[in-house]
Design a protein around this ligand. Structure first.
Ligand SMILES: [Zn+2]
Length: 227
């Protein structure tokens, strides 16, 4: 009779005796040695079918950790595997999430573009929207300003990794504080009609790292977003 795997030898002597009598069945039973050995010893006269049924009904996963009587090593291994899976899922979610978003909820529509108006240069684009429509961080960054600002009512400014600053204006309040990191798509405020504003809307403005104004429509489009 071939020797059983050494790691299991201590626990399966009884079962091995029984299996030895049914060499033909041995191939299918090999993976069940350990569990079989935990059960009541089988009499030599019991049939292979009975043994086979026993083996199959108890064919839960058997890890080859013969000395691990209380299962703690198995649990540690499972916990490590689960933690590794969670880290991998988190990396994948981070890779797949949008890094740029339209800075307003679906209720917002562009109502005024970037450029010269009768009252002077308009350094942003406006999204007309119902009061309370969510305002979203257009990209990851850190909150630079959050509070009252002349003409803007309440504003939020976010500095992004490349030095670009996005500005959101005319709110009554904000949901973020100075220094807070934010993610693209995170709600930072709600649409208001505060400051130099003749109807509820979001004023959205973009400045480059060097301080120059950028056309927000072009900036959004450069990052795959249709305003
Ligand atoms: Zn505006």
């Amino acid at each position: 009779m071939p020797a059983p795997p050494s790691v299991l030898r201590g626990r399966i002597v009884v079962a091995a005796v029984a299996v030895g009598a049914f060499a033909a069945a041995q191939q299918t039973l090999t993976s069940n040695y350990a569990l079989a050995s935990d059960s009541t010893p089988l009499a030599q006269g019991e049939g292979a079918a009975a043994f086979g049924v026993q083996g199959k009904t108890s064919s839960q996963e058997v890890l080859p950790l013969a000395d691990d009587a209380d299962g703690s090593l198995d649990m540690e291994a499972l916990n490590r595997a689960a933690a590794a899976n969670a880290r991998r899922d988190a990396r994948e979610a981070e890779r797949l999430r949008p890094k740029f978003v339209r800075p307003i909820g679906p209720g917002g529509q562009v109502s005024s573009g970037w450029g010269l108006r009768l009252d002077g240069m308009h350094w942003g684009i406006d999204f007309a929207a119902p009061l309370g429509e969510p305002i979203l961080a257009a990209a990851d960054g850190v909150v630079l300003n959050s509070g009252p600002a002349d003409g803007y009512g309440y504003w939020v400014r976010i500095k992004h990794a490349d030095g670009t600053i996005t500005t959101y204006g005319h709110m009554y309040s904000a949901l973020v504080r100075v220094g807070q990191p934010v993610k693209a798509g995170q709600q930072i405020a709600a649409v208001g009609n505060n400051g130099a504003s003749s109807g509820s809307h979001l004023h959205f403005q973009v400045e480059s790292a060097s301080g120059g104004h950028l056309n927000p429509r072009a900036w959004l489009q450069d990052h795959g977003i249709q305003p």
